[in-house]
Design a protein around this ligand. Structure first.
Ligand code: GDP
Ligand code: NAG
Ligand code: NAG
Ligand code: NAG
Length: 471
C-alpha cells in the first residue's frame, strides 16, 4: 500500500520537498472534502455511478419527529419510508423497488444470534442496504417457546440514529402469522467448509421461506482457514463484494433447489441474503473478542437496551443490592460464571476440576477493585454474581464470599423465557467492573459493553483444569 510516508521513502532526496508540498495539498483536500461530506449526497452519487436507478435513502432522515426516542411506534414510522405498508402475506408484496435490502438467519443461543445480527447490520452499512433483522429464535431454549423481536431487546431508533442507517425487522416486512411460503435465492457461506453436514441455515419459522442456496466462492474465507478450516469464517468485504456486479469476473455455482418447491434461484439482488453471518469478521477469528472488531465498534456498541429492558434490569439490581425502588444504584462489580453445559470443553477433565473456580474469580474481582481504585479513585464493594449454575451448594459458596445475585424465581412467569439471561446481561452491562468466563460469548459481549459504555475494568477468568487461571 502507498501512503504519504511510503511515497516519501521511495523518492530521491531532492524531490522530497515537492512531494511534501504535494502531499500537504492532498491532505488539505482530504480534510476539506471530509468536512463537506454529506452522507445523503455521497449515497446518491455512489448509486448513480453504479448505473442503477435512483434509490430511496437508507439513511436516517434529517428532519426526524421529536417522537423518535424510546417510542416503539416510531420504528413503524421508519418502516413507512422503506416498505409499501404493514406486514404483508408475502414479503415480496411489501418491498419497494427503489430500496435494497439485506438479511441473514440465526443459529445457536441468544448471544450467537445477537452477534450474527450485529454482523448483518454492519454488512448493511458496508453495502448501503437496509438490514431486515429476524426475530431471536428459540433454538436453544426449546422450539415451543416464542420468538422475540430484535426491537423488544435493542433500542432500534437509537441505533439507527447512532449509525445513520435505517433498519427493519422481519415482523414489519412479512406478517409473522402468514402461512404463505415465499421462495428466495440466498448465498450459502458455510457449506464449502461444512459440506458434509448439510448445514443449511433456515430462517425463523415465522418468516416462512423456501430457500434456494448458491454456494459462495471459496475466496470469501479467511486465508488462514483455507488450508485447515476449523471454523467457516468469512471476510466482511469479500461477503460485501457478492452484492456488487461490476467486479464479478467469476461464474457463480448452480443454485441448489429449494427443499419444498424445488425452486432454483440465483442469489437475490433486491433482498440480498446470506445463510449465517456469525462467523464473519475483518481480520480475527471470533473477532468480537477483540478491541479491533469493526462490527462491535460501528454497530454493536450502539445496540443499547430498550428503555423497558433497562428499567427491568435496574429494578432487579436494586432488589439484589437491597436498595429502595428509586434510589441511585451505587457502582458495582458484576461476575458471569458460565458453567452448566460447558463440559464440552473439558475433554475428560472432571467437571469439578474443569469449570471456572470461585477462588480464581475472587482473585480477578480483587484485581478489578484495585484497578477501579487506582484508575478512577472509586472504591467498589458490591459484587453481583450471575450464572447458569443450578447447584445450591455452589450458590452457598457464592454467598460466603459476601456476593449477591438476582432472584429469578418469578422472571419467566412475569416476562417470559427469554428474560432471565436478558436481565442478567443488562445487569452485567451496567457494572463498573466485570469478571467473565473465558470462551463464553455471553461474557465476551458483556465485557465489550462494560468497556464501551462504562469505561469499566474487566477481566476474563481462564478455566479447563485446576489452576488454569494462575498467572
Ligand atoms: N439467566 C442466565 N442464563 C445464563 C447465564 N449464563 C448462561 N446462561 C444460559 O446459557 C445460554 C448461553 O448461551 P450463549 O448466550 O450462546 O453464550 P455462551 O454459550 O456462553 O457462549 C444463555 O442463552 C442462557 O440461556 C446467566 O448468567 N444467567
Ligand atoms: C410515539 O410516536 C407517535 C407518532 O410518532 C406519537 O403519536 C405518540 O404520542 C408517541 N408516544 C409516546 C409515548 O411518546
Ligand atoms: C446485477 O446484475 C443483475 C443481472 O444482470 C441485475 O439484475 C442487477 O440489477 C445487478 N445489480 C446491481 C447492484 O447492479
Ligand atoms: C425470591 O423470590 C421469591 C418469589 O418472589 C421468594 O419467595 C423468595 O424468598 C426469594 N428468594 C430470596 C433468596 O430472596
Amino acid at each position: 500500500m502507498l501512503d504519504a510516508t511510503n511515497i516519501l521513502k521511495t523518492l530521491p532526496p531532492k524531490r522530497w520537498l515537492a512531494a511534501l508540498v504535494l502531499s500537504s495539498v492532498l491532505i488539505v483536500f482530504a480534510i476539506t472534502s471530509t468536512l463537506l461530506w454529506d452522507p445523503a449526497l455521497t449515497h446518491c452519487v455512489s448509486h448513480s455511478l453504479a448505473g442503477a436507478a435512483p434509490l430511496a435513502p437508507v439513511h436516517v432522515p434529517a428532519q426526524k419527529s421529536d417522537a423518535t426516542k424510546d417510542n416503539l411506534s416510531s420504528i413503524y414510522d421508519t418502516a413507512s419510508l422503506l416498505l409499501h405498508g404493514t406486514a404483508s402475506r408475502s414479503f415480496k408484496e411489501n418491498l419497494r423497488p427503489d430500496v435494497r435490502y439485506i438479511t441473514s438467519w440465526p443459529s445457536e443461543g441468544f448471544t450467537n444470534q445477537m452477534i450474527a445480527y450485529m454482523n448483518l447490520i454492519y454488512l448493511g452499512l458496508v453495502t448501503d442496504r437496509v438490514p431486515i433483522i429476524p426475530r431471536f429464535t428459540p433454538l436453544h431454549i426449546g422450539s415451543d417457546k416464542p420468538e422475540l423481536d430484535f426491537g423488544e431487546v435493542f433500542d432500534i431508533p437509537r441505533l439507527q440514529e447512532a449509525i445513520n442507517l435505517l433498519i427493519l425487522q422481519w415482523s414489519q416486512v412479512k406478517d409473522p402469522t402468514s402461512r404463505f411460503v415465499d421462495d428466495l435465492g440466498c448465498w450459502n457461506t458455510q457449506n464449502s467448509v461444512w459440506q458434509t453436514s448439510g448445514r443449511h441455515h433456515t430462517p425463523p419459522r415465522s418468516v416462512n421461506l423456501d430457500i434456494s442456496y448458491t454456494t459462495a466462492p471459496e475466496w470469501i474465507r479467511y486465508p488462514s482457514q483455507l488450508q485447515n478450516p476449523t471454523f467457516p469464517h468469512a471476510l466482511f468485504w469479500a461477503l460485501a463484494s457478492l452484492a456488487f456486479n461490476d467486479t464479478r469476473t467469476w461464474t457463480p455455482q448452480e443454485p441448489d433447489p429449494s427443499p419444498t418447491h424445488h425452486a432454483v434461484l440465483p442469489p437475490d439482488d433486491h433482498l440480498l441474503c446470506y445463510d449465517l453471518l456469525y462467523y464473519a469478521g475483518a481480520h480475527e477469528l471470533f473477532e468480537f473478542n477483540y478491541e479491533i472488531s469493526p462490527a462491535w465498534r460501528f454497530v454493536g456498541q450502539h445496540m443499547h437496551w430498550t428503555a423497558r429492558i433497562q428499567q427491568i434490569a435496574e429494578s432487579y439490581t436494586r432488589e439484589t443490592l437491597g436498595i429502595a425502588p428509586h434510589a441511585p444504584i451505587p457502582p458495582y462489580i458484576a461476575v458471569h460464571a458460565r458453567r452448566s453445559d460447558f463440559e464440552v470443553w473439558c475433554k475428560g477433565v472432571p467437571i469439578k476440576d474443569c469449570y471456572v473456580e470461585l477462588s480464581a474469580i475472587a482473585r480477578r474481582v480483587e484485581d478489578v477493585k484495585a484497578e477501579l481504585l487506582a484508575r478512577k479513585g472509586i472504591r467498589v464493594d458490591e459484587v453481583i454474581m450471575t450464572s447458569d449454575e443450578k447447584d445450591p451448594e455452589w450458590w452457598d459458596a457464592v454467598r460466603e464470599l459476601g456476593w449477591r445475585w438476582p432472584n429469578h424465581t418469578r422472571t419467566v412467569e412475569l416476562y417470559g423465557p427469554w428474560y432471565p439471561p436478558l436481565i442478567d446481561k443488562a445487569i452485567q452491562s451496567g457494572s463498573l467492573g466485570f469478571v467473565g468466563t473465558d470462551r463464553s460469548t455471553f461474557s465476551s459481549i458483556s465485557l465489550r459493553r462494560v468497556r464501551s459504555w462504562n469505561d469499566g475494568a474487566v477481566r476474563m477468568v481462564l478455566w479447563g483444569r485446576p489452576g488454569a487461571d494462575d498467572r
